[in-house]
Design a binder for this molecule. Sequence first.
Ligand code: HEC
Ligand code: HEC
Length: 433
Amino acid sequence: MRILIAIPVLLLSLFFFAPALPEAPAGFDNKSNGLVDDATHAADQVKFDEIEQVSDGLGPLYNAQSCRECHQNPTSGGSSQVSELRVGHRGPGGKFQNPEIPIARGTEIIKGRSLVNDRAICPNAAFPSTEIQERVPDSENIRTFRVSLNLLGDGFVEAVPDQTFVDLAKDQCQKNHNKICGQVLYVPILEAPPLTGVGRFGWKDQHASLLSFSADAYLNEMGITNRLQTDEVTNLCNTVNEPNDTTGPDGLADIDHFARYIRATETPARDSTLAQTPKARLGADLFVKVGCDICHVQTLTTAPAGTTLNGGTFTIPPALGDKQFHPYGDFLLHNVGTGDGIVAAMLEHYGKNMYQTNWRNLSIPNYNNAANKIRTAPLWGVRLHSRLMHDGDSVTLFDAILRHRGEAAQVTKKFKKLNPAKKEALLEFLRSL
Ligand code: HEC
Ligand code: HEC
C-alpha cells in the first residue's frame, strides 16, 4: 500500500520540480539576445535601418526605403502604423484571383501578386515619361490593408519545432469539439528547395524562415532583388543590375544581415509596473477563464541548441535553444470572421522558383482554404500598437475583441457576459502586454 502511494507521489514531485526552461531575454534596449555580440548586433541594425537609394536598386516599384520605416516602434524591429495595400477579385468558381494592375499607360500588366506598391521611382530625370505608379482598377473589388508586424523576438518563434504547431492544432481542435481548429500551412523555404516548413510569419503564415521573409520583404517592400528573389516586378526605368543585393566582404548579403538582426532581438518586454497590479492579475486569470488563451497561447518553447532548421541551413545556437517565451499566440490560421478572402500569392512570396520546384508537402488547396483565415495576432507588445487587427481598422482593444466571431464566437460571448469591472480587468491585462 505504501509503495502504491509512494510511486505516484514520486512521479508527481518529478513533474512539479522539473526545472523550467530558462526564459528568453526580453527588453527594448537594442541588446542582442546572445546570438551575436552587441557590436555585431548594432552593425546588423545599421543594415536594417539603412535608407536605400535608386542607385542601390530601390524600386522600380516599392513601399518604403528601409526596413525600419515600417518596423520601428518603440525600436528597430518593432511594428508601426504603416500598412500596405492588398487587392484582388473573384474569378471562375468564386476563387480568389490576384489583381491585374496596368502600368505605363496600360502597356504592361503587373500580375502574380496581391500587393499593390504605393510608390515608384519614375517618372524621374532619367525617365521623364515612364509612368509606372500602380493604381487599383475598379474591377479589383476585394481590398484590404495589412498593418506592419512586430519582429522583436521572432528568432525564438523560428526555433519552435514544426511538430509543436502540428500538435497544438490537433489538441486545440479536440479539446474544443472541432469549434476551434487552427490550420497549419506548409510553405516553401526559399533557401532550401524543395523543403517546406510550418508557416509562422506574416498575417497569412506565408513564411517559416526569417531569411525567406527578409528576401521577400527586400523585393516586395523595397524593390531590391536578391539571391532568393531574383526578378524585378517591372524592368521599366530599372537601371541597376540584378541581384541588387550582393555579398559583402564578410561573405554576407543584406538579407543575411536582416535575418541575423531579427534572430538576435530580445522579445517584447511587458509593462512590469502594470503587470503587477491586482487588476491586471485578475485580468490574466479572466483571459484564461473565458478562453482567449486557446488561440493566444501564453508560452511556447524552442527546440534544443544544435537542432537544425530550414533544411539544415541554420543551426539553433545556445542563445535561442531550449528557451521558453510568451508570445500570446499560436501562430496558426483561424477564421474569426475578419478574413479578407485573399490567398497568399505564390509568385510574390516565393519567386518563379515556386513553379520550377516540386515543393514537399505543399498543398495549394490548403492555401485556398485559408482565404478567409488570419494568423492569431501574437499579443506580446500589443500595448504598443495604436491600430489593431490585420487591417488596422480597430483602434481600441475592446473593439478588436468584439470583432472576433467565427471560431472565436463562443469565447467572445463569454467575454461579453463578464461584468464591467471584469471586462476592464481583462483590458488592463492586455495593456500590460
Ligand atoms: C512598407 C512597410 C514595410 C517595410 C519597408 C518592410 N516591412 Fe516587414 N512587414 C510589413 C508588413 C505590412 C508585414 C505584414 C505583411 C503580411 O503578412 O502581409 C510585415 C511583416 C514582416 C515580417 C513577419 C513578422 C512576423 O512575425 O510575422 C518580417 C520577418 C519582416 N516583415 C521583415 C522585414 C524586413 C527584413 C524588411 C526590410 C528588408 C521589411 N520587413 C520591410 C511592412 C513592411
Ligand atoms: C479562435 C482563436 C481566437 C480566440 C479564441 C481569440 N482570438 Fe484574438 N485574435 C485571433 C486572430 C486570428 C486575430 C487576428 C484577426 C485579424 O487580424 O483579423 C486576433 C486578434 C486579436 C487582437 C488584436 C491584436 C493586434 O495586434 O492587432 C486582440 C487584442 C485580441 N485578439 C484579443 C483577444 C482576446 C482578449 C480574446 C478573448 C476574449 C481573444 N482574442 C480570443 C484569434 C483568436
